[in-house]
Design a protein around this ligand. Structure first.
Ligand SMILES: Nc1ncnc2c1ncn2[C@@H]1O[C@H](COP(=O)(O)OP(=O)(O)OP(=O)(O)O)[C@@H](O)[C@H]1O
Ligand SMILES: Cc1ncc(C[n+]2csc(CCOP(=O)(O)O)c2C)c(N)n1
Ligand SMILES: [Mg+2]
Length: 311
């Protein structure tokens, strides 16, 4: 069974309303007068990071990708619990702890506990992290509220993290050190959009974070909302650094829109709603299903792979 088929099986078990049918970034559990938002994401050597990655970057990303799911629900982080599989190399473990310390300080989230296991010689390292947060608004955005006519927006730039992975794995070179550093940073040290998520959460019809790729994640909103998301590739915001390495033709834009690891927010809202932070409009919701890709308003071929899928 592949990842999607496995999660389909889990959906038959996750019938508690807080699980949101396993079609959201996080669970939303009423707790007294408040709502707890709870998420868990894993990182595995060779799958989520290159074996020669800096352990401090691995720790940072483990925290950041989980906080990104809280950001997508407009939640303020309250704490994290970590699962650490593969300790025993002192130098590696020390650098990891340094990166974890940096992330905890940067995001102001306390480490509350976890578990540590040795995985035996030659085993790949694997880490899990549970993050929970508190959402203040009455309505916490889901993926299911988009309606025909709603506009589609993203925060930040798309594609830089994928570009950074291409550089880190030696497939391309950037024009200069500054450009290399910016793209590597997007890949290694994502910055979860916590403030943006909180500012937007009460105004949007759907919101999620982009982890697997803009197009595949847009398709998830389309499915959950029973609408078609029409996305104009020409409107996908690319950074000058991305463009300097890959250009900004249709092919380059398709790579950016399917590469993943962006940890930007993808949201829909009524076009009349004035949003309080800078976002880029990339398309609109229509009646129908799935995604419809256009380029400069003209239909274009949708890529076979819309984003990252675990084998
Ligand atoms: N092993 C699992 N046990 C229970 N629920 C799971 C499991 N794996 C995935 N899910 C649930 O399936 C849904 C989709 O998972 P997915 O990992 O795509 O979401 P995500 O966390 O937003 O994305 P990403 O992991 O790429 O950041 C979520 O509701 C998630 O909680
Ligand atoms: C070495 C290496 N190869 C590929 C990638 C790209 N990648 C891996 S998992 C994922 C989606 C999020 O994962 P998940 O859905 O498991 O949370 C992406 C975009 C990477 N970061 N490192
Ligand atoms: Mg998510």
């Amino acid at each position: 069974m592949n990842e999607l088929e496995f999660v389909e099986q889990l959906k038959t078990l996750a019938i508690h309303p807080a699980a949101r049918g396993l079609v959201d970034d996080a669970a939303v559990l009423p707790f007294g007068r408040h709502k707890l938002v709870i998420t868990h994401d894993m990182m595995v050597e060779g799958v989520h990071y290159l074996p020669d990655a800096d352990p401090a970057d691995v720790a940072w990303k483990l925290v950041a990708v989980n906080l990104s799911d809280l950001a997508a629900k407009g939640a303020k982080p309250l704490g994290i619990l970590m699962g650490y599989g593969g300790f025993g190399d002192d130098a590696w473990d020390t650098k990891f702890i340094e990166g974890l310390k940096q992330a905890i300080a940067r995001f102001g989230v306390p480490l509350l506990g976890g578990d540590t296991v040795g995985m035996g010689e030659g085993c790949k390292r694997a880490f899990g992290l549970t993050a929970f947060g508190e959402a203040k608004g009455h309505i916490i955005p889901a993926r299911s509220g988009a309606a025909p006519g709603h506009a589609i927006y993203v925060t930040g730039k798309i594609g830089d993290a994928w570009a950074g992975l291409q550089i880190a794995s030696g497939k391309v070179q950037a024009r200069d050190l500054e450009c290399t550093a910016a793209l590597l940073k997007a890949h290694n040290r994502p910055d979860p959009k916590l403030e943006e998520g909180r500012a937007l959460s009460s105004l949007v019809s759907t919101m999620m974070d982009i982890s697997d790729g803009l197009l595949i994640d847009a398709e998830r909103i389309a499915k959950a909302s029973n609408v078609c998301l029409e996305i104009d590739l020409a409107k996908v915001p690319l950074s000058p650094e991305y463009i300097s390495v890959f250009g900004d033709d249709e092919e380059a834009r398709k790579k950016a829109a399917t590469g993943g690891d962006d940890y930007q927010l993808l949201l829909t809202a009524s076009p009349e709603t004035v949003l309080p932070i800078a976002v880029t409009r990339v398309g609109q919701c229509k009646s129908g299903s799935g995604i419809a890709l256009i380029n400069h308003s003209e239909p274009t071929v949708t890529p076979a792979n819309l984003g990252y899928v675990h084998a």
